[in-house]
Design a protein around this ligand. Sequence first.
Ligand code: HSE
Length: 434
Amino acid sequence: MNKLRIGIAGLGTVAQGVLDLVRTNGSLMTSRTGIELVVQRIASRSVKPGVDLLGAVFSLDVHDLVADPEVDVILELIGGEGLAKELIESALAAGKPVVTANKAVIAAHGDQLLAGGKVLLRFEAAVAGAIPIIQSMNQGLAANRIDAIYGIINGTCNYMLTVMEEEGLVFDQVLSQAQELGYAEADPTFDIEGIDAAHKLTILAALGFGTSYDYSALYVEGIAQITVEDIQYAKELGFKIKHLGIAVQSEVGLETRVHPALVPVSALLASVNGVMNAVQVVSDGAGEILFSGPGAGGAATASAVLADVLSLGSLFVAGPTDAAQSQVQGTPSSCAVSEISRVAMDDVFSACYLRIPTLDRPGVFAQVASTLSAHSISIEAVIQKEHPGGDGSVSIVIMTHIVVESVVNAALTELSALDSVVGEIIRIRVAPTH
Ligand code: HSE
C-alpha cells in the first residue's frame, strides 16, 4: 500500500466535500487503487472549528502547503484567479502535482499553466462537477475526431429555466428561490450572465478541438432576457429553452458560443432538468454520447477532485521524479498543434426564434414580414397572441429558417426602429443538430 499525502487549500464547500468523502470512502479508495490518502495539511484564511480536519495540520497561509515536504499533492480549492494561480504556479515549480476545481483560472491561464506538456496539473472538477468529462475526452474518446460539444454546464441557469417552465414563476422570483436553496450565489452574475458556462466551454473546446485556453474568444450571452412567455411559446413550437455551451466544427471553422438556445423537445438534452448538467459529445467513431449528472455541490465536486488525486497518485507513488518524467497520461494538453480558426459570431448560421412586441393595429404584421423579407429571411412559423400584460400590445413570435447572424442583426435593427415595435425584440437561436 502506498501513502499519498494531500494538502488542501481552502475550506469551503468543495474542500469539506473532499474531507467527507475521504472519511467515508477512504478505505474503499485504498482497496481499489492501493493508495492510502492522508490529509496532511489544510490551509485556509479562516478557521472553521466545526469541520473535522481528519488530523491534518492547519495553516492560515496556503504557501505552507508548498513548503511542507510532507505534502505530496496540492488540492487548490480556493477559487478565483489571483491567489489560486499563484499557488498553482509555485506548487508546479516546486515539482508538486496540483488538482484544481477552478474553471476560471484554467479558462484564462491554461496555456501558460500547462505549457511544456509534462505538467502534473489536473482539473476534472472544473467542468460539470461529478461528470468525468475531462477524463472521457482525454482518454475515452482519444481515438475520435470531435465534431461537436453541446453542454448544459451551468446548474443555476438550468434550474432557473426548469422552474420557470414548470411553475410559471418569473425570472426574479426563481432567482430568489435558487438563492434560498443555495443553488445560486448571493452574487449570481457569473452564472446568469453565462460567464461560468463560458469558462467550462473554454476548457471543453481546448480538449476537443485543441484551441487555446482563451475564454475571451467565446461569444457569451446569459439568461436574463428569457421570460416565461418565451418558454411557453417555445413549447408551442416544439422546443425547450436551455442555456447551452456550443463548440461545433463547421466547414469554415470552429464556433464557440454560450447562449440560450431552442432545443427540440425530443432531443436528449431537453430532458436534462433542474440543477443537472449534461455534456453531449459528437465524434466520428463513437457517435453521439450524452454524459449527465450533478454539476455542483460539495460531494459531487469532491468525487471529481478525488478521481484526479487518485489518478495522479498512481503515477506519483512510483516516486515524484519518475512521475514528473514519465509520460503524463491524463494530464490535459496545453495549446494545440495549431490554432483552429474560430467563426466570428456574425458568420454563424442558425434558425431563430424572434419575439417582437408590437402595437395591435392593422398592417403591423405585414410590416414585420416585409422587413424580414427585405433581408431575405424566410419565415417557418408564426404565433400571435395578446400580450399577457394587457397593455394593448401583442407579441408576434416568428421562427425563421436558417439564416446568418449578421443578416438577422441588420433585420432586428430595422425592426426595432419601426413605430409599431414597442419593446425589446428577443432573439433565441435554435441549437444546431447533428
Ligand atoms: N455555479 C455553478 C453552477 C457550479 O451553477 O453550475 C460551479 O461551477
